[in-house]
Design a protein around this ligand. Sequence first.
Ligand code: C2E
Ligand code: MG
Ligand code: MG
Ligand code: MG
Length: 280
Amino acid sequence: LAKEMGKNNYQFFTKELDEKNAKKMMLERELHKALERGQFQLHYQPQFDLQSGCLLGVEALIRWEHPKLGTVSPADFIPLAEETGLIVPIGNWVLQTACHQNKKWQDVGFPAVRISVNVSVRQFTQPNFVDNVKEVLEQSGLSPDCLDLEITESMTVEGEFFHSVLRKLKELNIHVSLDDFGTGYSSLSSLRHFPINRLKIDQTFVKTLDDTNKAIVAMIITLAKSLKINVIAEGVETMEQVIFLKEMNCHEAQGYFFAKPMPAEQITVFFARSFAYSLQ
Ligand code: C2E
Ligand code: MG
Ligand code: MG
Ligand code: MG
């Protein structure tokens, strides 16, 4: 009997695996065609100065609108795009679209803000990555200090190569943030050698502000202060979180409490408001 059951379990298991693989293959096929079919879109989420309330920047977040599958979450297709290498052309499209959009906002007279673009390992380690970024900036006419590249902690283990790319970006005056900070495995002591501009506190710490998470958030803010870099909290959803972060002197915040990611046209309301602040 045990043997029978074991066999059934095995079959059940492989059937599930087959379905999973089939779904993945289908998604991969569709992903290959998504770019040329114009199925990607960028949404933008504002980032605010916690003390002045000014809008400092927006993060570009990719959306995939598939005619049959509906909206596919980046959490589902970005890992697949990385695995297949498709992240390189997709990431390039994101960079181009984000830079052109930011320049367009400035051209119609809104105050200059920074645009944050998520960059994955696969992109960052392309030998021509820096040249490519430079080219996109030149083509769009966007000033380098209006671009922020969000990289993740896991990239910091890439060692010397990673360092040299960061140094080149710094020379170009491009801003760099360490996304999802606190969830990766970068050694704290090595942080001082990375020419980065900002730590992004991961949303898991902000979500439930129990004593442990409060201590972690406070520690990251202190760390940023001693490194003389900026710090932003992401995933801020409640007034209680805002009050705590302000008390801790966290510089910036981003989250549903302030605004959800939204299409380009809708974000201009926030620009207008920020412009009004800056006139005061
Ligand atoms: P991320 O860069 O850490 O982005 C933050 C995620 O949190 C976004 O999810 C955003 O919509 C969501 N978020 C913002 N505020 C709140 C909040 O108050 N509460 C909650 N619960 N969530 C909030 P999204 O857009 O689904 O993106 C997920 C991840 O996919 C991103 O995490 C990023 O790692 C990746 N991603 C998104 N766009 C791109 C892209 O263009 N290129 C690359 N390489 N990765 C991207
Ligand atoms: Mg990000
Ligand atoms: Mg993040
Ligand atoms: Mg993330």
